[in-house]
Ligand binder design. Structure first.
Ligand SMILES: Cc1cc2nc3c(=O)[nH]c(=O)nc-3n(C[C@H](O)[C@H](O)[C@H](O)COP(=O)(O)OP(=O)(O)OC[C@H]3O[C@@H](n4cnc5c(N)ncnc54)[C@H](O)[C@@H]3O)c2cc1C
Length: 375
């Protein structure tokens, strides 16, 4: 796809930041399982968090295509930082931007758009994420306040020093799911310790608990009872963004494997001169290319106001598979070094599996695609 000069310049600026600022240091954060708050704040200064948000609240009013370009460039060197942005914007801040009141937008969006504050979206519960309409967390109205009780799990950005807001889904009546915003520090809200994760180790993922947690009635985000439809809609954008992230990962694996294959010698010649390695690289290029076409196609439809749910599912299913396959092949090309945590491809290998699980598993994407076929 041919980008406008503005899109190409933005992608180049993010690429430069990712290559010069994130790439040299992220491996150490990853090993320590530490959230790189200052890097995330600096990305905010580049305008990455505000890309899709309204101009009047500090955003750039651009679309998913522009955000996807940024996510692809970040994920090309590291998926942890990319998912921090992805979850904060497409699920968190977008919930406020698309469904919030004017007062909520004025209050929360400027910091979220600047990337100095982060928003978490808490949908998944210990009893299940796929069947998200079944929400055990309850909220009842009492004297002008929502009183929330329940637990969420695997919530990205829930416990960082930058977290401004957690938007949680809760059952507010029979068959009625709503979204309610809770600010850190609210009595009755607690956030558990960071999980010990296989991958995405420099991102923040935690359980969240509500125990008689009281917030003003005005913290309802969107219409009461519309929470289920709201998050289904948000997840469509999230899937396009996660497909862009997956494409970046697939491309990053190709970048690393190609450089290694040209340099590493075996039997007196670079391993890239063996057809088996060259063909592996060709397949990796094909996967990154088709994944890019898929997420961009879905993003353009979304930005043009067309329905894009099936395209988002196609893009996410295809791009996550491309990331997994490229991580496997890149690791193979690196040989034993590919099994060492110090190499970026080992990180990609650990990071890629969640791409087939988060924001709707592969099974969910296939269900959506099959449904679009009338089966
Ligand atoms: C690192 C990380 C970050 C995350 N960040 C967030 C976040 O910010 N916010 C949030 O709300 N959630 C988040 N999640 C949760 C994630 O979205 C869920 O893990 C995912 O949706 C799957 O839900 P589950 O883990 O409960 O699996 P389950 O729903 O228990 O599913 C288990 C398996 O059964 C399959 N399955 C279930 N139902 C069916 C069916 N009807 N037909 C066929 N197969 C089926 C699934 O596809 C899956 O393979 C995160 C998870 C991780 C690991």
């Amino acid at each position: 796809m041919r980008l406008t000069s503005e899109q190409a310049e933005f992608a180049a600026a993010v690429r430069d930041f990712a290559q010069t600022e994130i790439k040299p240091v992220i491996g150490d954060f990853y090993e320590r399982g530490e959230f790189p708050a200052n890097l995330v704040r600096d990305l905010g200064k580049l305008g990455v968090f505000g890309v899709t948000l309204p101009e009047e609240h500090g955003g750039a009013d651009e679309g998913l295509l522009m955000l996807g370009l940024a996510l692809e460039e970040i994920a090309r060197v590291d998926a942890s930082v990319a998912v921090t942005v992805e979850a904060a914007v497409t699920l968190g801040a977008e919930a406020v931007a698309q469904f919030g009141t004017d007062e909520q937008k004025h209050r929360w969006l400027p910091r979220l758009a600047s990337g100095q504050g982060l928003c978490a979206f808490a949908l998944t519960e210990p009893s299940g994420g796929t069947d998200a309409g079944h929400t055990d967390t309850r909220a009842r109205l009492e004297a002008g306040e929502w009183v929330i009780d329940g637990a969420k799990c695997f919530i990205t950005n829930a416990g960082t020093e930058m977290t401004d807001l957690i938007i949680a889904t809760a059952t507010t009546g029979p068959g009625e799911v709503s979204c309610i915003a809770v600010e850190p520090g609210t009595p009755g809200l607690s956030v558990g310790p960071e999980y010990s994760k296989v991958g995405w180790r420099a991102s923040d993922t935690r359980p969240v608990y509500f125990d008689g947690c009281r917030v003003p009635e005005a913290n309802l985000v969107g219409q009461r009872g519309e929470g289920f439809h709201q998050f289904l809609h948000l997840l469509e954008g999230g899937r396009v963004a996660l497909a862009a992230l997956s494409t970046g990962s697939a491309q990053g694996c190709l970048d690393e494997a190609l450089a290694h294959a040209k340099e590493r010698e075996s039997f007196g010649k670079p391993i890239a001169t063996n057809q088996s390695i060259a063909f592996m690289l060709a397949d990796m290029r094909l996967r990154a290319h088709t994944a890019r076409l898929a997420w961009m196609d879905a993003a353009v439809k979304a930005d043009d106001g067309e329905s894009f749910g099936t395209d988002a599912a196609l893009a996410k299913l295809h791009a996550s598979g491309a990331a997994v396959d490229n991580a496997r092949d890149a690791t193979q090309i690196f040989g034993g070094y590919g099994f060492m945590n110090e190499t970026p491809v080992a990180r990609a290998w650990r990071d890629c599996k969640i791409l087939e699980i988060g924001e709707g598993t592969n099974e969910v994407q296939r269900m959506l695609i099959a449904r679009s076929l009338g089966v």
